[in-house]
Structure formats: C-alpha cells, structure tokens
Ligand binder design. Structure first.
Ligand SMILES: Nc1ncnc2c1ncn2[C@@H]1O[C@H](COP(=O)(O)OP(=O)(O)O)[C@@H](O)[C@H]1O
Ligand SMILES: CC(C)(COP(=O)(O)O)[C@@H](O)C(=O)NCCC(=O)O
Length: 316
C-alpha cells in the first residue's frame, strides 16, 4: 500500500484517497444521467467514483497521449520522412468476466472524448474476434469460450497492427451476447485519436510460432494498459447475481441463447450460473487472465461493493 514499502520499485500503489488527490481540478465531468448510461448491469457507479478514480486516470492518460504524439513527431523528424497524420493511442483493458471491464471502458471512452486534444475515442471488445460457435463446436472447444484458443488471434493482431499503422478506416467484427455468437456485422472506425481494446485476454503473452519461437502479442502495440482486478470470490458473486438478473431481462427474449433459463427457478439458475463460473470462467481467470495482471501499466483494484479501493501504477 502507498508509503508502506521503502524498497525501490517500478510500481507505486496508492489508496483511493491519495489517488483522488492527484486530479488537477475538481470539476465533475459527468451528469448522473451520463453515468447511468455507461453503467453495466449489476455494476455500482456514482459521481464520487467518477470524480475520485476516473478523473485522475483520464488526466494521466491524456498526459501520456500528448507525450506519445510528441515522441511520434520526434521519430518522424529523425526519419526525415512524413508519417501518417496521427496514429491512434491504444489502450488495452483486461480483467475477468463480470469484473466490470465494459463499464470502465465506456466511462474512459466518454471521459477521454471530452478533451479537445483527442475527441475521437473508439472502443472495441475482443469478443467480436471469438471464433463463430459453429467453428468452436467443430474444434470441440465450445466449453472453452473466452480461453485464448477460442479467439481468431491472427485477425485480432492484424486489426491492432492496422490501427497502429494509421490506416484511414479500421473494422472489427461484433459479438452478440443475446445469440451468444459472433454476428455478420462489423464496427468501422475512422482513424481514432484513441482506441480502447477491451477483453479478457488483451494482455496475453504471444503464442509460440511453429518453430517454438514467440510471435507478436497485441499488447506489443499498446501505449497503455489497465487491468481491472477484484477478489475472485467477489467476481464469482457478481457473475452469479448478474446471471440471475439477466434471466428477467436478456434471457426473457426468445432469441436469447440462454432463453431456456428464463423459466428456471432461483435455485436452478443459481446452480447453472455456478457451474458456468466454476467450469469455464474461473479456470480461465486463474490460468490465463489473472496471470497477465503484472503486465498492466495500471491495476484498478475493486472492493466487494465494486468501488475502486487502490490503484497500482507502473511509473516507467
Ligand atoms: N449472457 C448474456 N446476455 C446478455 N448480456 C450479457 C451476457 N453476459 C454478459 N453480458 C453483458 O456483456 C457485457 C460484458 O460482460 P463481461 O464480458 O462479463 O465483462 P465485464 O463484466 O467485465 O464488463 C456486460 O455489459 C454484460 O452485462
Ligand atoms: C464473451 C466472453 C468470452 C467475453 O469476451 P471478451 O470480450 O472479454 O473477449 C464472455 O462474456 C463469455 O460469454 N464467456 C463464456 C462463458 C459464459 O457464458 O459465461
């Protein structure tokens, strides 16, 4: 915790109150309605959280965007060769299923877009790069959805590299939680100033190539990375309670892949959610997601009421 350790370290850990003080002005950037709009199902998010946790974070990222731009221009001058106008500053956002990544990502998108220096902020989620269900079935890995092998990792790497090359337009496939499958739709972005790439495995190490040597990882192209962290028992509880609530909302739709669960009793739904967590999402968190936490530039650690308790930043 902040100040407790005197050993030199590349990291600094700050309690929420110390972190909150780093913000340079006290203006509340959002209205309650705007906060409501980004808040995901079952998440807790209020104006205090925005002000104390996300305003300092937005300021830090904004500072780094400006410096990355200066570095890019310096390299351009060194090369003596005009480069694309601007390439997106890429932020990777990782963490478990049900930890609240999507709320954090939407909030950051909206807050960062308020700055005149970088108004064009795009957000994609890596679920669009999951292999289609038919392909997962064919490979016998339908029960491994969310594990690294369930993604089209080449396509995801290609997408991130294309973005970082300053391509005029970039396109990403879109996943649909309702049908539990990838769609034919794509989301298209016109050279954003900032691109947020959110997903379970965005900090995963490179996969090895045929000859055993490591290849590239998408995180090689990130300018900043964030890991949303919480106690796994809390995340399990959030996952299960969200599942129970989805039964009354999304699952009630006959088009939902999980429609059959809409008529389940509380006890039946609870045990199905526990099974999904214990057999898929928890093993994936333990083996593939939590193991990447140390690679993040910033860790946001949530407490059991979803509020951020402390922040760990890599200084260099
Ligand atoms: N089965 C489902 N049906 C409908 N929406 C879902 C389902 N599972 C997850 N979601 C929604 O998808 C979004 C992403 O969820 P998830 O991948 O668990 O990440 P996180 O909770 O960290 O944002 C959330 O907004 C969640 O409410
Ligand atoms: C779609 C997900 C793999 C998350 O994908 P991400 O956008 O993080 O790459 C996850 O939300 C999911 O559906 N997991 C499968 C197990 C389950 O139904 O909970």
């Amino acid at each position: 915790m902040g100040g407790m350790s005197r050993d030199p370290s590349p990291y600094v850990e700050l309690e929420r109150s110390a972190w909150a003080k780093l913000a340079h002005d006290a203006v509340q950037p959002m209205s309650p309605e705007e906060v409501e709009r980004v808040r995901g199902l079952g998440e807790e998010l209020d104006l205090d959280e925005v002000q104390q946790v996300y305003v300092p974070l937005t300021q830090l990222i904004s500072l780094r965007v400006r410096l990355a731009e200066a570095l890019y221009r310096a390299t351009e001058r060194f090369l003596g060769d005009p480069q694309p106008d601007r390439v997106p500053f890429i932020i990777g956002l990782a963490g478990s299923v049900a930890v609240g990544k999507s709320t954090t990502a939407r909030l950051l998108r909206d807050l960062l877009a308020q700055h005149d220096d970088h108004p064009n902020v795009a957000l994609i989620t890596t679920d669009g790069f999951l292999l289609p269900n038919a392909e997962l079935e064919r490979r016998g890995i339908m029960h491994r959805k969310g594990f690294p092998e369930s993604y089209d990792r080449k396509a995801l790497l290609r997408f991130v590299m294309q973005a970082k090359s300053g391509a005029e337009v970039i396109e990403a496939p879109v996943y649909d939680h309702l049908t539990y499958d990838r769609t034919d739709e794509t989301i298209s972005m016109k050279r954003p100033d900032i691109l947020i790439v959110e997903g379970l495995n965005v900090l995963a190490p490179p996969r090895s190539r045929g000859d055993g040597s490591p290849g590239l990882a998408i995180s090689d192209f990130f300018d900043f990375s964030i890991y949303v962290d919480a106690n796994s028992r809390d995340i399990r509880r959030w996952y299960i309670s969200r599942f129970l609530r989805l039964r009354e909302t999304a699952f009630a739709d006959p088009a939902s892949y999980f429609h059959r669960y809409s008529t389940f009793t509380d006890a039946e739904a609870q045990s199905r959610a526990e099974e999904l967590w214990d057999t898929i999402n928890w093993p994936n968190l333990r083996e593939n997601v939590a193991t990447t936490r140390g690679r993040a530039d910033l860790v946001l650690r949530k407490s059991s009421d979803h509020s951020v308790q402390w922040v760990r930043l890599r200084k260099l």
